[in-house]
Design a protein around this ligand. Structure first.
Ligand SMILES: C[S@@+](CC[C@H](N)C(=O)[O-])C[C@H]1O[C@@H](n2cnc3c(N)ncnc32)[C@H](O)[C@@H]1O
Length: 236
């Protein structure tokens, strides 16, 4: 049930995305894809507010989250078409988009991947702080697992994004990491994003710092720092 608390949480993040979308002149892009959005329309609320009227593809491993997100968003009466894909981003997917957005998923993705390998129910971890911390410790030592995920994502981003368009990736320290004091986990996520970024820059992508600069100049407050946002453009 989308209550006031959920709305406020989404809205705080949505304001930052709103400024970024404005600078991108978002209405010119025919297809936008958000990966792993959960039930929270943090990215879709600002699209609605900006009158976006093309297509938004939502991909999440858990179909029920997508249904919930669509219902939560319906209050805002979006003009865009919603395409829901209940799929695993690490498996084979068939999507093309002009803008690919991911908002804070690397930590959840790693946890999910590890739990699937070890046959652990990921939902148990979110309810048990001690288990959560011990699993995080095991993951940090498993560098090959992290390499595998980074390899997979570099290929995925390259295949999803249409030429001349954008990857918008925000990875900031999450509430769970802050609450459990998981500084090492925050550092690990940053390193993975850096790894992905460098490899994309070695292929067809270039960094666009101007869009970020203009958006953050307008923002009085923001949910994530400019340094936590990566804007990459795929070359023709
Ligand atoms: C706890 S949420 C947080 C991330 C969300 N983007 C946000 O900013 O609030 C994590 C989401 O990642 C999804 N997820 C985890 N592993 C995934 C995978 N391998 N493929 C697609 N979605 C995945 C989960 O189903 C969940 O919706």
């Amino acid at each position: 049930m989308f209550n006031r608390f959920h709305y406020d949480y989404c809205q705080r993040i949505a304001e930052t995305w709103y400024a970024i979308f404005q600078e991108l002149d978002i209405n010119q892009y025919k297809t936008i894809c958000e990966l792993s959005p959960w039930w929270a329309p943090k990215v879709e609320i600002p699209l609605t507010q900006l009158g976006y009227a093309w297509k938004v593809i939502l991909l999440d491993k858990q179909q029920s989250f997508l249904d919930e997100l669509e219902e939560n968003l319906s209050v805002f009466q979006p003009d865009f078409e919603i395409v829901k894909k209940g799929e695993n981003i690490l498996e084979s997917i068939d999507i093309r988009a002009d803008i690919l957005i991911w908002n804070h998923i690397i930590d959840d993705l790693i946890l999910d991947y590890y739990c699937e390998l070890e046959k652990i129910d990921v939902n148990d971890l979110y309810n048990d702080g001690n288990k959560f911390v011990s699993i995080r410790d095991s993951i940090q030592d498993d560098l090959s697992l992290i390499e595998d995920i980074a390899d997979n994502l570099v290929d995925k981003f390259d295949s999803i994004i249409n030429e001349e368009w954008y990857l918008l990736l925000a990875q900031y320290p999450g509430e769970t990491e802050k609450n459990f004091g998981l500084d090492i986990s925050i550092k690990m996520c940053k390193e993975i994003v850096e790894n992905i970024k460098n490899r994309l820059l070695d292929s067809w992508f270039v960094e666009d710092k101007e869009i970020k600069k203009r958006a953050y100049e307008k923002l009085k407050t923001y949910f994530f720092e400019s340094d936590d946002l990566l804007v990459l453009k795929k070359q023709a």
